[in-house]
Write a protein of this length. Structure first.
Length: 256
C-alpha cells in the first residue's frame, strides 16, 4: 500500500472517530477497532466515500488478549505495515468514593484503560519495529496528572497510562519508535454518559455553563503529534478547556 496505515482503538465514537476522520483526510488507510460493528462499518463506508480511504474493521473487545492477538495476526500482510497506533479506547465508570465503589465499574476501567492498552501495544510493537516511521500515541487524561474527589480508580488507571507512556518511550526509542501521549481535560463525548451508566440528563450537566473541549480538538492534537518531522517527538501534551484550570475544577458561567 502506498498510504500509511494507522490503527485506532475505540473508533466508534468521540475522540477515536474524530481521529479516524482527520487521519483519513490526511491520506491514511485505517484499521478501525471498537466493539460496535455497525458503527465501524458505517464509519468505514463514509471514509471511503468522502476521502477514498481503505479501512479494515476490527470489531473486538480489547480486554480480551487472545482476541486482540488473533485479530492482528489475521490481518492480510499488506495491512500489517502499521506505522501509527492510537491507543484511544478507554472509559470511566461510576463516580463514587472507594468505600461505595462498584467492583464491576473498577474492573471495566482497569481491564479497558490499562490491560487493553497493554494487549494492543504488546501485539503491535513487533510489527511496528519493521516499519519506517512507527509512532504510538496513548490517549491519557488530566486524571493521569492530577486527582479529584471520587475519581479514585479512574484516576489510578490514567496515572498508569502516564507511567506506561513514559516506560514505552524509554524502551522503544532504540527501535526508532516514537511514543507520545495526549492528556485532555473535559471533552464532551459519550464519556460522561458511560460514566453515569447511560443517564443522559445527569451526564449533560457535566458540560453546562462553560465551553468544553470537543473530540475534534483532541484529534487535531493527535495529528499535530504524528505529523512532526522524523527527528521530533512530542512526549506529552496536556489540553484543557480555558474554563478548567485543574482536574475537578471548572469555572462555570450560569448565563451560558
Amino acid at each position: 500500500m502506498a498510504k500509511k496505515i494507522a490503527l485506532i482503538t475505540g473508533a466508534t465514537a468521540g475522540i477515536g472517530k474524530a481521529t479516524a476522520e482527520l487521519l483519513a483526510q490526511q491520506g491514511f488507510n485505517l484499521i478501525l477497532n471498537g466493539r460496535r460493528r455497525d458503527r465501524l462499518e458505517e464509519l468505514a463506508t463514509i471514509l471511503a466515500s468522502e476521502y477514498g480511504t481503505a479501512s479494515v474493521i476490527m470489531p473486538i473487545d480489547i480486554r480480551d488478549y487472545e482476541e486482540v492477538k488473533a485479530s492482528v495476526l489475521a490481518l492480510p500482510d499488506e495491512w500489517k505495515n502499521i506505522e501509527v497506533l492510537v491507543n484511544n479506547a478507554g472509559l470511566a465508570a461510576g463516580l463514587d468514593n472507594i468505600e461505595n465503589g462498584d467492583i464491576d465499574h473498577w474492573n471495566r476501567m482497569i481491564d479497558t484503560n490499562i490491560k487493553g492498552l497493554l494487549y494492543m501495544s504488546k501485539t503491535l510493537i513487533p510489527l511496528m519495529k519493521k516499519t519506517a516511521n512507527p509512532h504510538i500515541v496513548n490517549v491519557g487524561s488530566i486524571a493521569g496528572k492530577e486527582v479529584y474527589p471520587n475519581g479514585n480508580v479512574y484516576c489510578g488507571t490514567k496515572h498508569m497510562v502516564d507511567a506506561l507512556n513514559k516506560s514505552m518511550r524509554r524502551e522503544l526509542a532504540e527501535f526508532n519508535i516514537k511514543v507520545s501521549s495526549v492528556n485532555p481535560g473535559a471533552v464532551e463525548t459519550e464519556f460522561s454518559i458511560v460514566r453515569m451508566d447511560g443517564d443522559e440528563e445527569r451526564a449533560g450537566k457535566v458540560y453546562e455553563g462553560f465551553e468544553n473541549l470537543v473530540a475534534e480538538d483532541i484529534a487535531d492534537a493527535i495529528w499535530y503529534i504524528i505529523s512532526r518531522p522524523a527527528h521530533v517527538n512530542i512526549n506529552e501534551l496536556i489540553i484543557m478547556p480555558k474554563a478548567q484550570p485543574a482536574a475537578g475544577v471548572i469555572i462555570r458561567n450560569k448565563g451560558l
